[in-house]
Design a protein around this ligand. Structure first.
Ligand code: ADP
Ligand code: MG
Length: 527
C-alpha cells in the first residue's frame, strides 16, 4: 500500500524540500510585512476587517492577529509574536524579525546541502550562548529610579503615536510602578485603563475604579460620601424565559402566576437591599426599569451591565466580595470608599469610585482626541507596562537602538572562533541574524545602513559596548546615555522564541492538509 493511500482523498500533501521551502518562504514574507513598523520611526499599518472597520497600528502582535493568516509556516511566526506578547508584553516585532532572518540565513545553509537537523542543533547551541552573554552584558538597576523607569517607558512607547506626550505618560507610568510593584512583578490586574475623549495632557491617575457607565436611572443621586456599596453578579430583573428553559407553562394563567412570583421575588430583593443600607449597587447583569425607578426614589445609585473585569477590580479595591445570591445580600457584604461621583465628560457619563480602602487599585484615565489614537495609545501603554513588569522581575537592562545586538555579535564572534566547517557556517548565520535589528532601525529611520553599521561595529570593537543608533538623530551614540533602554527580558524572550520557531520550521518535512470543509455542504447529508 502506498503511503498516500492511507490519507483521505482531497488531502493536500507537500513533502521534503518543497514543504520546508514553502514554510520558510511564508514565514519570511510575514516577517517582511512587519519590518517597516520597527523602531521609533517605524510606520503604521491600516487594517480593514470584513465588516469594513479599520484600525491603524504599529503593534506587531495586533497586526498579525488581525491579518487572518492561513499558511501553517506563517502561523508559527504568529505564535512567536503571541508568546512574546504574553510572556513579556513588548518586543513582538523584534521576535518576528529575528525568526524571519534566521530562516533567511538557513535557506542559504540548506542550499549548501547542510542538513536541517544540523542547522537546528547549531542554532539552538548558539542561542544558549547568546542568552548567557546577554546576561553578562546586561546591567543591574534599582526599580525606584524615576529617570530609569521613565526612560524604559519612553523607549517602549516611542514611535507608536506621533502626538504622544511622553513626559506626561512616562511620569504617570512611574507613579503606577511605585504603587503596584511587588517583590518581582507589577500587579497589573489592579490597574484599569479607561479611555476617554479629551486631550492627552489631561490624562490622570485615579486611586480607585472609574466605570464607563450611566446610572441605571436618570434621577439617581450623583454624589455619595462614604457610601455603602453592594457588588452583585446576578440580575435585578425578571429573567426572560428562554426557549430551552426548564419551566413548564401550559396556560396564560400559569404564565401570569410565573410573572407575579418573579415580581414578588424582585420586590423582596429590592427591599432586602434597601434594609442593608446599601446606597450604591454595582450589578454585572441587567436591572429592571421599575427596580431602577424604585432605587432612584430611595436615593440609591446603581450601575447595570457592568463589565465582569470592572466588578472584580472593584471587589479588590473595596475588599468586598461579589454577591451571587439573594441569601448573601447583607450588611457584612457591603464595602465603602471616600467618594462616589457621577461625572459627565464629553456627553458621556462615568461613575468614579474614589479613594478606596485598597490603595493599590488604580484607574489610568487615558484621554485623547479620536478613537484610533486612544486605541493605539492604549497598546503603547500596554507595551510599556510589559517592559516595566519585566524590569521588576529581572532588574536588568540593556542598551537599545541596536546596541545590545551589536555587542552580542562582537562577543559571539570571539567565542565561536574555534568552530570550523559546517558548524562555523551555522554559527555565523545565527550571529549575523542578530544584526537585523540595527539594520532595520537604520532602514526605517532613512539612514545609510552600510555607513552606520560599519561605524557601529567599529565602536564596539573599540570597547564602546553601548553604542547604538539614535533613531531620530541618525547618530551612533551610547544609547544608555541617550535614554534608549530596554529590559533584558524583551531580548531574552525574542531570542528564545525566534530560535524555537525557526528550529520547528526547519524540522518539518511534510505538510498534510485536510480537505477544507465546504460550508455549503454542511448538514445536507452530503458526506
Ligand atoms: P517591538 O515590537 O519589537 O517592541 P518596536 O517598534 O517597539 O518593536 O521597536 C523596538 C526597537 O526600537 C528596539 O530595538 C528599541 O531599542 C528601538 N528603539 C526605541 N526607541 C529608539 C530610539 N529613540 N532610537 C533608536 N532605536 C530605538
Ligand atoms: Mg516595542
Amino acid at each position: 500500500m502506498k503511503k498516500q493511500d492511507i490519507l483521505q482523498e482531497d488531502t493536500q500533501r507537500t513533502k521534503g524540500l518543497d514543504a520546508r521551502e514553502s514554510n520558510i518562504q511564508a514565514a519570511i514574507a510575514l516577517a517582511d510585512i512587519l519590518k517597516t513598523t520597527l523602531g521609533p520611526q517605524g510606520l503604521d499599518k491600516m487594517l480593514i476587517d470584513s465588516m469594513g472597520d479599520s484600525i491603524v497600528t504599529n503593534d506587531g502582535v495586533k497586526i498579525l492577529k488581525e491579518m487572518e493568516i492561513e499558511h501553517p509556516g506563517a502561523k508559527i511566526l504568529v505564535d512567536v509574536a503571541k508568546t512574546q506578547e504574553s510572556q513579556v508584553g513588548d518586543g513582538t516585532t523584534t521576535a518576528v524579525l529575528l525568526a524571519g532572518e534566521l530562516l533567511k540565513k538557513s535557506k542559504e545553509l540548506l542550499a549548501q546541502n547542510i542538513h536541517p537537523n544540523l542547522i537546528a542543533k547549531g542554532y539552538k547551541e548558539v542561542s544558549l550562548k547568546t542568552l548567557t552573554l546577554l546576561n553578562s552584558i546586561s546591567q543591574d538597576v534599582k526599580t525606584n529610579n524615576k529617570k530609569l523607569i521613565e526612560d524604559i517607558a519612553k523607549t517602549a512607547m516611542t514611535g507608536k503615536i506621533a502626538e504622544l506626550n511622553m513626559e506626561k505618560l512616562s511620569s504617570i507610568l512611574f507613579e503606577i510602578t511605585q504603587i503596584l510593584k511587588t517583590e518581582n512583578s507589577l500587579s497589573i490586574n489592579k490597574l484599569k485603563i479607561q479611555k476617554i475623549p479629551g486631550s492627552l495632557e489631561e490624562s490622570e491617575l485615579i486611586q480607585g475604579i472609574v466605570l464607563d457607565k450611566n446610572p441605571a436611572h436618570s434621577n439617581m443621586v450623583k454624589t455619595l460620601k462614604n457610601p455603602n456599596i453592594l457588588l452583585v453578579d446576578f440580575a435585578l430583573e425578571i429573567q426572560e424565559i428562554e426557549a430551552d428553559a426548564k419551566v413548564n407553562i401550559n396556560s396564560l394563567q400559569e404564565y401570569e402566576q410565573f410573572i407575579e412570583s418573579e415580581k414578588k421575588y424582585l420586590k423582596n430583593l429590592v427591599l432586602k437591599i434597601k434594609e442593608t443600607g446599601a446606597n450604591f449597587i454595582v450589578c454585572q447583569k441587567g436591572i429592571d426599569d421599575s427596580v431602577a425607578y424604585f432605587l432612584a426614589k430611595e436615593g440609591i445609585l446603581a450601575s447595570r451591565r457592568t463589565r465582569k473585569s470592572d466588578l472584580e477590580k472593584l471587589s479588590l479595591a473595596l475588599k468586598t466580595p461579589i454577591v451571587s445570591s439573594y441569601e448573601d445580600v447583607n450588611k457584612e457584604n457591603l464595602g465603602t470608599c471616600v467618594l462616589v461621583q457621577v461625572k459627565e465628560i464629553e456627553n458621556e457619563q462615568y461613575i468614579f469610585v474614589e479613594n478606596t480602602p485598597n490603595k493599590q487599585t488604580l484607574t489610568l484615565l487615558l484621554k485623547a482626541s479620536t478613537k484610533h489614537v486612544r486605541d493605539e495609545l492604549e497598546r503603547a501603554i500596554e507595551d510599556a507596562l510589559g517592559d516595566l513588569n519585566s524590569i521588576m522581575k529581572s532588574k536588568k537592562i540593556v542598551a537599545g537602538g541596536g546596541a545590545i545586538e551589536c555587542e552580542l555579535v562582537k562577543e559571539l564572534q570571539k567565542e565561536l572562533k574555534y568552530l570550523t566547517g559546517k558548524e562555523e557556517l551555522i554559527a555565523k548565520a545565527f550571529t549575523e541574524s542578530l544584526l537585523i535589528i540595527p539594520k532595520t532601525l537604520c532602514q526605517n529611520s532613512g539612514f545609510d545602513e552600510i555607513e552606520i553599521l560599519s561605524k557601529l561595529q567599529k565602536e564596539h570593537e573599540n570597547g564602546n559596548s553601548n553604542s547604538g543608533i539614535n533613531g531620530f538623530k541618525g547618530i551612533v551614540k551610547d544609547t544608555l546615555k541617550e535614554s534608549i533602554i530596554e529590559p533584558i527580558n524583551v531580548k531574552e524572550q525574542a531570542i528564545l522564541s525566534a530560535t524555537e520557531a525557526t528550529c520547528m520550521i526547519l524540522r518539518i518535512d511534510d505538510i498534510i492538509a485536510a480537505r477544507k470543509l465546504d460550508k455549503s455542504h454542511e448538514f445536507k447529508g452530503d458526506f
